[in-house]
Structure formats: structure tokens, C-alpha cells
Design a protein around this ligand. Structure first.
Ligand code: NAI
Length: 213
């Protein structure tokens, strides 16, 4: 396991947020930011940010703050964003098609090579330029193409089977949108995306605020 995997998940989950804010600063041509300003922007304390970044070496200088571009580039490297990733989507329904349709992922270096589905009505259609293929050809496609990430967008009844097939074919990273936890071997990484959990958090907060009124 690489050194960066020993960093706590809490720290890892904050890094994309720092990265996103730094990107926004760069878009506004801001070249330098104090730790206090970065703290105000991100909502994390300056000491928290310093501690997080110290896991990866020293960044920033006392009295100067951070050079935005340098820190953005360093975080990009830490996050592994300095390379391209090839992805496939299994399940070409609402979510699968929406992901394939969003060009932003491609701009960020995550290219969708193909979608797979079992519905004959969808097979052969294209989302942007990306073809929906028969899921029966999944293993063959993975054997013939470099696939870094498998995106699971099937109903939950099929997500474990889909994960097993992806793993057996050699895929080492899974982005799972199905609303259940899938089991994978230790050398495979999974990131679950549950929009409902975020929505439930929002409804909790809304409830708290309405109770205060
Ligand atoms: P959908 O019904 O529109 O699409 C599912 C697609 O998967 C269909 O085209 C179906 O033919 C295909 N499929 C079924 N079994 C398959 C298999 N074994 N191999 C390949 N393709 C297969 O469903 P939708 O709305 O796109 O949702 C997809 C998944 O995402 C569901 O599990 C749903 O619960 C979940 N979901 C997750 C959210 C999140 O926050 N992560 C939010 C909304 C939905």
C-alpha cells in the first residue's frame, strides 16, 4: 500500500474540496492566498488545512500564505489528476446516461469509453459519441481496452454481479451508484455515491431550522 493510502479518509475527503476552491481562485486570476482566507473560503480552520497538507509535505510559507497555482498543481498530483482515466458505465438508464452526457468529467480527465446494458432497445444507441454495448460483451471489451474505472448504474439487484464481473475482468476501481454496498477484494477500491444520503442530511437540517422558528 502506498504512503498516501495511510492518510485518513477524513483528510482524503477534504482534498477535492481544497482543489475545487483553488481551481476557482485560479479562474479569477488570484495567484496567492493566505491560510486565513483559504480557511474562510473552505470552512475549515487554518490549522486543519495546514495539518491536512502536512501529510503530503510542506506547502505555503509563514507570512506569505499559499501560491494558488503551485498548491492546485500539487493537490492535483496528490489526487492522481495528472493523468487520464478510462471508464465504462454499466447500466445505461437515467443515471448512466446522465453521467455519460456530462462532458465535465471528460474535461477533468475521466473519459467514458462505452456504456453497457442488457436492454436490446438501448444497445447500439449513442450518448454523445459513446456507444451503448451489449453487457454480454463486457469482459471482451475490458480485455481489449484499458479500463481504469467501472461505473455501476444498474438496479441494486444486479450491482454485486456487475461488480464481480468487473473485478474478475481486471477493473481495480468502482464508482457505485446502486443504493447498496458491494463487496470487492482488498486490492479493488470502491466509492459509493448516494445522492439520497445527501438529501436526507438536507431534510434533517431543514427540519432543525424549521423547529427553531
Ligand atoms: P434505470 O432503470 O433508468 O436504469 C437502469 C439500467 O440498468 C436499465 O437500462 C437496465 O436495462 C440496466 N440493467 C439492468 N440490469 C443490468 C445488468 N445486469 N447489466 C447491465 N445493465 C443492466 O435506473 P436509474 O434511474 O438510472 O438508476 C440506476 C441505479 O442508480 C439504481 O440502482 C438506482 O437505485 C440508483 N440510483 C442511485 C442514486 C444515487 O444517489 N446514487 C440516485 C438515483 C438512482
Amino acid at each position: 500500500m502506498g504512503k498516501s493510502r495511510r492518510v485518513s479518509m477524513a483528510v482524503i475527503r477534504r482534498l477535492p474540496k481544497y482543489y475545487r476552491y483553488l481551481e476557482e481562485l485560479l479562474e479569477k486570476d488570484i495567484t496567492r492566498i493566505s491560510s486565513k482566507e483559504l480557511s474562510r473560503l473552505t470552512g475549515f480552520t487554518a490549522s486543519q488545512i495546514r495539518q491536512d497538507l502536512n501529510n503530503f509535505g510542506g506547502f505555503g510559507q509563514q507570512g506569505y500564505g499559499y501560491n494558488v497555482e503551485e498548491l492546485r498543481n500539487a493537490l492535483g498530483k496528490i489526487l492522481g489528476l495528472d493523468r487520464k482515466y478510462y471508464t465504462i458505465i454499466v447500466g445505461a438508464g437515467n443515471i448512466g446516461q446522465a453521467i455519460a452526457n456530462y462532458k465535465g468529467f471528460q474535461d477533468e480527465g475521466f473519459e467514458v469509453l462505452a456504456l453497457f446494458d442488457k436492454n436490446p432497445k438501448l444497445i447500439g444507441l449513442k450518448i454523445r459519441d459513446i456507444e451503448i454495448k451489449d453487457v454480454d460483451s463486457l469482459e471482451e471489451f475490458i480485455a481489449e481496452n484499458e479500463v481504469d474505472i467501472g461505473v455501476i448504474c444498474t438496479p441494486k439487484e444486479y450491482s454485486q454481479d456487475t461488480a464481480d464481473r468487473l473485478v474478475k475482468a481486471g477493473v481495480k476501481a468502482i464508482w457505485n451508484f446502486a443504493p447498496n454496498d458491494i463487496k470487492v477484494p482488498e486490492d479493488v477500491v470502491v466509492e459509493n455515491v448516494h445522492l439520497s444520503e445527501s438529501l436526507f442530511t438536507l431534510s434533517y437540517l431543514l427540519k432543525c431550522y424549521s423547529e427553531q422558528e
